[in-house]
Design a protein around this ligand. Structure first.
Ligand SMILES: C[S@@+](CC[C@H](N)C(=O)[O-])C[C@H]1O[C@@H](n2cnc3c(N)ncnc32)[C@H](O)[C@@H]1O
Length: 391
């Protein structure tokens, strides 16, 4: 079985040779985002497609445009609630192939003419290869004055002043994470070493004070050998988003849990997974740079960080309830029953699949507690995110 992309393996091995073992978070950063050889940074179609039915994994936008259509409807309501600002900016982070942007723009142009006149859509993706693919998929809109813009890093965008919606789908699960394990010495961190031509794990002390602090927030009665992940980048990202938003909303879709569920003692192996050609494995040292790596999202940490930054939690729901709240049954009724299109749309709603594994967190700033259609149906109690957060 391949160790991975040869130049990438050599680059990581040489960093380890120069400075010793690296924390897993650094290994994951290089495997996914090494500027030349990282999984997301190389051409996304060569030699093997990454995202899509023929790729390593697929996302909602590969399944059916209905999520983009529902998001357009939700964004238009947000625009009205904010008093129809000009421009209303949608910032989409980690757009991947740009299919959701395409579905949102198409829906706005056809159904929400007035909103579309005021819409500005900014795509932020750290991968130049992905940005290129987004441009291709958004070709029909490229010449529309003032509509589209691209950035490669939120940190370099002018801070504040933004009215509108920060939105992401499956972004946070792709952030590099720290991995920790309970041992006889307490909680230790997974570091990565390179021995005899192979990457190997080493359990060593925690690499940062921030990690120690976050572990104090989430760790409970974990048994020995308990393994889990801490996504510090997710909280940093939420802070940055809050600082850039003047008035408006943050809408985050991803697979994940409340902290209490994520870090419960029974979840002994954490949520880390690798994806290769639509199958999963748990070995990050295989096919390095040629398979995706991902973890579930701790939505409580996102909500708590938001609250610390004046982002109020509007609500937390799952994808099925979100879509139902936005009347997707009417959109589905327009499709021929049992057609491939119909079945694909239903796939996004499945109560034992994408409908419930995917969660939707909405936060707001600069507006009184808004009533949003996407949050009409609440499968969780109002305070689920914070009340259940582990001590
Ligand atoms: C799993 S894909 C997202 C798929 C896409 N949103 C969809 O719905 O199909 C993750 C994307 O996030 C991008 N990404 C990861 N970290 C990022 C960051 N810090 N800033 C911007 N983009 C990032 C990756 O380059 C990749 O395009």
């Amino acid at each position: 079985m391949s160790t991975g992309h040869p130049e990438l393996v050599a680059a990581i091995a040489s960093e380890i040779a120069a400075s010793g073992p690296i924390p897993f978070v650094r290994f994951m950063e290089l495997a996914l985002y090494h500027p030349q050889f990282g999984y997301y940074m190389r051409s996304p179609e060569s030699p093997q497609e990454r995202i899509g039915w023929r790729g390593d994994f697929y996302t909602s936008s590969d399944v059916h445009p209905i999520l983009g259509q529902a998001l357009a409807k939700q964004a238009e309501q947000m625009y009205r609630l904010l008093g129809q600002p000009h421009p209303f900016t949608i910032v989409e982070m980690g757009p991947g192939k740009g299919l959701l942007a395409k579905h949102i723009l198409t829906t706005c142009a056809h159904r929400y003419h007035s909103f579309f006149q005021h819409l500005r859509y900014v795509l932020i993706d750290r991968s130049p290869a992905m940005r290129e693919l987004q441009r291709r998929n958004l070709a029909p809109w490229l010449n529309q004055p003032g509509l589209l813009a691209w950035e490669d890093d939120l940190a370099i965008m002018a801070p504040q002043g933004l009215n509108g919606l920060f939105f992401s789908n499956e972004l946070v699960d792709s952030f590099p994470v720290h991995r920790v394990q309970v041992t006889t010495k307490g909680i230790e961190e997974l570091w990565v070493d390179y021995r005899d031509g192979r990457f190997v794990e080493r359990l060593m002390p925690l690499s940062s004070e921030t990690l120690v602090h976050q572990l104090r927030r989430v760790s409970t009665d974990w048994p020995e050998d308990y393994r889990t992940e801490i996504n510090l980048r997710a909280s940093e990202w939420m802070e940055q988003v809050a600082q850039h938003l003047d008035r408006g909303f943050v809408l985050t879709i991803d697979y994940g849990h409340t902290a209490q569920d994520f870090y419960r003692p029974e979840r002994k192996h954490g949520t880390f997974l690798c994806y290769f050609r639509q199958s999963i494995n748990e070995d990050p040292f295989l096919r390095v740079g040629e398979q995706d790596m991902t973890t579930h999202v701790d939505f409580s940490s996102l909500a708590e960080t938001g609250e610390e930054q004046n982002l109020r939690t509007t609500g937390f729901t799952n994808q099925m309830s979100f879509l139902m709240g936005l009347s997707v049954e009417q959109m589905i009724a327009e499709l021929e029953q049992d057609s491939p299109q119909f079945n694909a749309a239903i796939h996004l709603l499945r109560p034992n699949g994408m409908g419930t594994t995917f969660k939707v967190l909405i936060q707001h700033k600069g507006i009184q507690q808004p009533e949003l259609d996407g949050l009409q149906y609440k499968p969780f109690f109002g305070s689920a995110l914070t009340a259940q957060s582990a001590a």
